[in-house]
Design a protein around this ligand. Structure first.
Ligand SMILES: [Zn+2]
Length: 466
């Protein structure tokens, strides 16, 4: 310990001396991106999302592996430069029993490392690299900063927690399926933020006694393990900002890296051996398929909801639901739920954790196209992918939605929840930002005659204040 500190001081003074003689490139500066949200928003969003993750993802529940990942995580957290520390954040670590090479961190600190990631790493440094990169996204508050930049009316319609809950954990389609991992289960960061997380991650690595080059190496390890097939989830959520490997290595050259960095440790080898000796872990898509078949792994439906065979007919009286950005009339016997990324309206007996059987889901989705018919088609595809029992029936139709010219599309299929044919009518309109506004009206075919006019009235009553 003493030797290491002495070594560090010596290296540091040598660097200062060199600087005085020859202007060396300084380490790359990182600054907190602009953020209009409170630190407490990050904490709350992450806490809510982590409750969903704990419910829907299989945790490994192996105390040795968990303790080990925690110890590496704590070492990294202690190495966060002072200017990026948030006393309100609570960095916590858990291991997911899935074989995909993946890891993700939620705003405010909860972090999950897949068993597959630990098994794939060549040494502790590589595993720590992924974790340091994730910790950097959290410390720089990238989830809420990204939302600040987008400045979308989604935020006002749904509230930041709902939007980010959806964005962090699977997007609109994910919420629709009730499977938070349905559509890629976390935020896709911008390339700017990737660069920042690589740079800050490198600093954290060096401060914690690791070699930042192991972060660069881990990107290569992950690419190799994907075997030329589909890029692992982690790489698609953390896109390469360009020359990533070279940039991290260059940054490492500017940092004060221990001459004897932590590489393979006894604990790493022992945990890796232990994991490799366990029965093969399922992949996230296997977990998703199995939980869809069994109707979800969740034991806590939202709002204590439960599906029932006796769903009351929609009342003929309506009430006004409004928030800062939207007004809508709904039957008085429909309750509302703010769920990840959407507001759902449904009567008792018609909602559960994986969705609704009767009622309407209202939300907004980011689009890649400024053409509403194209973004509607994209969204229909997303719905079909997330709800594999649904098929589109017929072409898009022009429709008046929220007082705007929009589209409607009908999807149908045998619902795994009710066992009956379900009709989903999707109504879309364009928000001023270009984003997609939608209403998904859901009903079993045999009850649809009672609902058609209810849905029509609901859709035409909507007023958007974007
Ligand atoms: Zn990243």
């Amino acid at each position: 310990m003493k030797n290491l500190a002495l070594g560090r001081r010596l290296v540091a003074s040598a660097v200062i001396w060199t600087l005085a003689v020859l202007p060396l490139a300084a380490q790359t500066r990182v600054s907190m991106p602009k953020n209009k949200y409170k630190v407490q928003d990050d904490v709350k969003i992450g806490r809510d999302a982590s409750r969903q993750v704990d419910r829907q993802f299989p945790m490994l529940n192996d105390s040795q592996a968990k303790r080990y990942v925690e110890s590496v995580g704590e070492r990294l957290v202690a190495a966060i430069p002072t200017e990026f520390r948030q006393p309100a954040f609570d960095y916590e670590f858990d291991v997911v029993n899935a074989r995909d090479i993946n890891a993700f961190a939620l705003p405010g600190g909860p972090m999950y490392v897949n068993r597959g990631m630990i098994e794939a790493a060549k040494n502790e440094g590589e595993m720590a690299g992924v974790m340091a990169h994730e910790i950097s996204h959290v410390a720089l508050r990238h989830a809420t900063a990204q939302q600040t930049k987008i400045n979308s009316p989604l935020n006002q319609i749904l509230g930041i927690g709902a939007v980010l809950g959806g964005a962090v954990l699977g997007g609109q389609a994910g919420a629709q399926a009730g499977q938070i991992f349905a559509a890629g289960y976390f935020l896709r960061y911008s390339r700017d933020y990737e660069t920042q997380a690589d740079i800050l991650g490198s600093r954290i690595m060096a401060n914690a006694g690791y070699d930042p080059r192991d972060l660069a190496n881990m990107f290569r390890t992950i690419e190799q393990q994907s075997g030329g097939g589909r890029a692992p989830e982690w790489l698609s959520s953390h896109p390469n900002p360009g020359n990533r490997y070279q940039s991290i290595n260059r940054e490492a050259g500017l940092l004060n890296v221990s001459p004897n960095p932590i590489k393979v440790t006894r604990e790493f080898s022992s945990v890796q051996e232990r994991l490799r000796g366990m029965p093969r872990a399922r992949s996230m898509s296997e977990i998703q398929r199995q939980s869809q078949r069994t109707g979800g792994v969740s034991q806590n439906p939202i709002g204590g909801g439960n599906y029932s065979r006796n769903v009351p007919a929609p009342s003929t009286q309506t009430r006004v639901y409004s928030n800062t950005a939207m007004t809508v009339n709904v039957p008085t016997n429909w309750r509302e739920f703010n769920t990840s990324g959407q507001i759902w309206f449904a009567p008792d007996g018609a909602f559960g954790n994986d969705g609704i059987t009767h009622g309407a889901m209202i939300g907004a989705a980011r689009t890649n196209s400024s053409d509403l018919s194209q973004s509607t088609r994209d969204y229909v595809n997303e719905l079909v992918q997330a709800n594999t029992y649904l098929r589109q029936a017929g072409a898009l139709q022009r429709a008046s939605v929220a007082g705007r010219t929009g589209y409607s599309a009908v999807l149908s299929g045998r619902s795994p929840v009710t066992g009956q044919t379900e009709i989903v009518t999707l109504y879309t309109a364009q928000l001023r930002s270009g984003d997609l506004f939608f209403v998904a009206a859901v009903v079993p075919e045999q009850d649809s005659y009672r609902y058609n006019s209810v849905f029509r009235n609901l859709v035409s009553s909507i007023r958007l204040n974007d």
